[in-house]
Design a protein around this ligand. Sequence first.
Ligand code: NAP
Length: 250
Amino acid sequence: MNLGGSICLVTGASGGIGRATCLALHGRGARIVAAGRDEAALRSIAGAADAECLVADLSEPGSVDRLAQDAVSAFGRIDVLVNNAGIGWAGPFDQMGPETAAALISVNLAAPVALTRALLPGMLERGRGWIVNVASIAGHVGVRDEAVYSATKAGLISFSEALRWELSGRGVGVTVVSPGVVRTAFFERRGRPYDRSRPRPIPPEPVGEAIAVAIERGRAEVFVPGWVGGVARLRGGAPATFRRLSRRFG
Ligand code: NAP
């Protein structure tokens, strides 16, 4: 898909991967609608990427439909939807509060599904559109102490795969992006900093760039960094070996 002149809605645009994605898309001539909760951070991306900003809390009932309507009103249509907003939580599942679990499911899975549902009909009518879902390697392998987070991302991966089949030949593409470890506020916000020495976190810019390239080249699935895809393939192709290695190396 040619991004020049395309109208792109990016959720979670106020920081990290979302901000980097806005800049990468803007750099290719796209018009950006940036969504998030932090107004000051959104104003900053508005300046840097000439974006329209929309404040929306995706965990609130009704917010997704309102965001979809406001986003379409901004430029008359949305050509590209990047479902990037997400939250994490780490710790033993039996110590996770039910509200926290519900919030993760709501922001990471229910909101992308609802936003896609709201914006897809317009894309299909025009025969042109792209949906990008930002998942995680956690959704492919299931990370210890991140049971619900991993489940929401696995759900997003399956949703993307199924939707791509359905939309085949109708002018709307679907990309699922699975980052490894990215240096953003994500880990501080989830309440447990990233404290492993390996894999080393990468900056968010390569992820934003990979998202833009995936849309331009029509890629179905992207791992950033690329080697993370090998981990997902090992889990899929040799699960017993994967578990043995995971127990050994953590
Ligand atoms: P981040 O810097 O914490 O960004 C998360 C974004 O999501 C923020 O812009 C935040 O908006 C938005 N968000 C959170 N809760 C929201 C809500 N209730 N309503 C609306 N927006 C909300 O983290 P990030 O690393 O860039 O994460 C972006 C995506 O990448 C997430 O889906 C995450 O799961 C995924 N990912 C991250 C990593 C990593 O290592 N960092 C790895 C794999 C996948 P406000 O700040 O405005 O609230």
